[in-house]
Design a binder for this molecule. Structure first.
Ligand code: NI
Length: 188
C-alpha cells in the first residue's frame, strides 16, 4: 500500500475518460488500497482512480475521513482516564459504477476536490440517485443513495468522464476559481 501523488488541474490526464475494469485481481486490490491510503492522507472523502493517474472506472468514498488510527486523546481532569473514540471509517469501493434514476429534485452542496485544492463552490446535482456497481470480486450491487453520498458519488462519477466540479460552474466563476488557485500556488 502506498500514498500516490494526486493529479491537479490543469493536468490533461484529468480529462481522460476512464476505461471499465474487466479483471478483478490483486492489481485491482492494490490500486484500491493505494487509493484509500492517498485519500485518507490528503485527507478527502472521495477519490477516483484517474486522480492518481490510473484511467480505470474505480471510485473510493469514505464520508468519515477522521483518522481512527490516531492515538485516543486521554484526559484525566477528574482523575480518571477517558478516551475520546475517533470516528469509525466507512470505506466504500465502487467499480464500474453507473448512475440510475437521478432525481429531478436538486440538492446544493459546497464541493471541493483534491485535484482542485483550496477551491470550494456550490454545485447543484440530483438530490438522490441509484448506483449500480461491482465490488472487488466483480459482484454486481445496486443501492439507493441520498444526501452527501448521492452528491459525492456523482462528483466522483464525473471524474470517470473527465469532468471536474468546476466544469459545472459558470465560465466566469470557473475562471475566478482557477485564478485563485494560481495565486495560492504562487504564494506557497
Ligand atoms: Ni474530485
Amino acid at each position: 500500500m502506498a500514498i500516490r501523488p494526486i493529479l491537479e488541474v490543469p493536468d490533461p490526464r484529468l480529462k481522460i475518460v476512464s476505461e471499465p475494469v474487466t479483471v478483478f485481481d490483486d492489481a485491482l486490490r492494490t490500486l484500491v488500497a493505494d487509493m484509500f491510503d492517498t485519500m485518507y492522507d490528503a485527507p478527502g472523502i472521495g477519490l477516483a482512480a484517474i486522480q492518481i493517474g490510473v484511467p480505470k472506472r474505480v471510485l473510493v468514498i469514505d464520508l468519515q475521513p477522521e483518522d481512527p488510527d490516531a492515538e485516543p486523546v486521554a484526559c484525566d481532569h477528574d482523575g480518571h482516564h477517558h478516551h475520546h473514540q475517533p470516528t469509525k471509517r466507512e470505506p466504500r469501493v465502487f467499480v464500474n459504477p453507473v448512475i440510475l434514476d437521478p432525481a429531478e429534485e436538486l440538492a446544493t452542496y459546497q464541493e471541493g476536490c483534491l485535484s482542485v485544492p483550496e477551491i470550494y463552490a456550490d454545485v447543484d446535482r440530483p438530490a438522490t440517485c441509484r448506483v449500480r456497481y461491482q465490488d472487488l470480486d466483480g459482484t454486481v450491487h445496486e443501492e439507493q443513495l441520498d444526501g452527501l453520498m448521492a452528491t459525492c458519488i456523482q462528483h466522483e462519477m464525473d471524474h470517470l468522464e473527465g469532468i471536474l466540479f468546476i466544469d459545472h460552474l459558470s465560465r466566469l466563476k470557473r475562471q475566478m476559481a482557477l485564478k485563485k488557485l494560481q495565486k495560492l500556488r504562487q504564494a506557497a
